[in-house]
Ligand binder design. Structure first.
Ligand code: FES
Length: 160
């Protein structure tokens, strides 16, 4: 996304919010993220310049709300179910395996190679197949550590 396009979004929203006299930061950040999928450093600086909010305040808002991402999403989205049935069937160990395998630091959800984004979900609606992991639109039931490793390897191989 070009800086001028980001500026257009900001200008458009600011003109509305000047009339409403409410804080424009959240809607401005939402609009930018909707367009480019995440909030780049450049876009946060532009928001700071245009709104007059300090850069630290803009970063503070962007990092406080879980809806905002400071990195693009990975190519594949992995959803691990942490619902009751999956929890009882061993989802916690699978979650730990994924965090380790994707080398995620606390607070990060996307692998540094940009291949995977990990998210926890409450129930994938396939409790009889617990534990359940979904990659993009494919649901994998009766998951084991070995199967999970094979699935990750398969996606990585496809990438090469
Ligand atoms: S609790 Fe995991 S699919 Fe329902």
């Amino acid at each position: 996304m070009k800086p001028t396009e980001i500026e257009d979004i900001i200008d458009g929203l600011l003109s509305q919010h000047n009339k409403e006299s409410s804080s424009p930061l959240i809607p401005v950040l939402q609009a930018i993220q909707n367009q480019q999928g995440f909030l780049s450093d450049e876009s946060l600086r532009l928001v700071s310049d245009k709104t007059g909010a300090s850069l630290s305040r803009v970063y503070g808002v962007a990092t406080f709300y879980h809806q905002f991402r400071l990195r693009p999403e990975g190519k594949h989205k992995i959803s691990i179910c942490r619902g009751t049935a999956c929890h009882v069937a061993g989802a916690t160990d699978l979650y730990k395996q994924l965090v380790k395998e994707l080398d995620l630091s606390p607070g990060e959800d996307t692998s540094t190679d940009g291949l995977f984004t990990l998210q926890e979900v409450r129930c994938l609606g396939a409790c009889s197949l617990a534990p359940v992991v979904k990659v993009d639109e494919t649901v994998y039931g009766k998951m084991t550590a070995k199967k999970l490793q094979e699935i990750l390897d398969q996606y990585r191989e496809e990438q090469q």
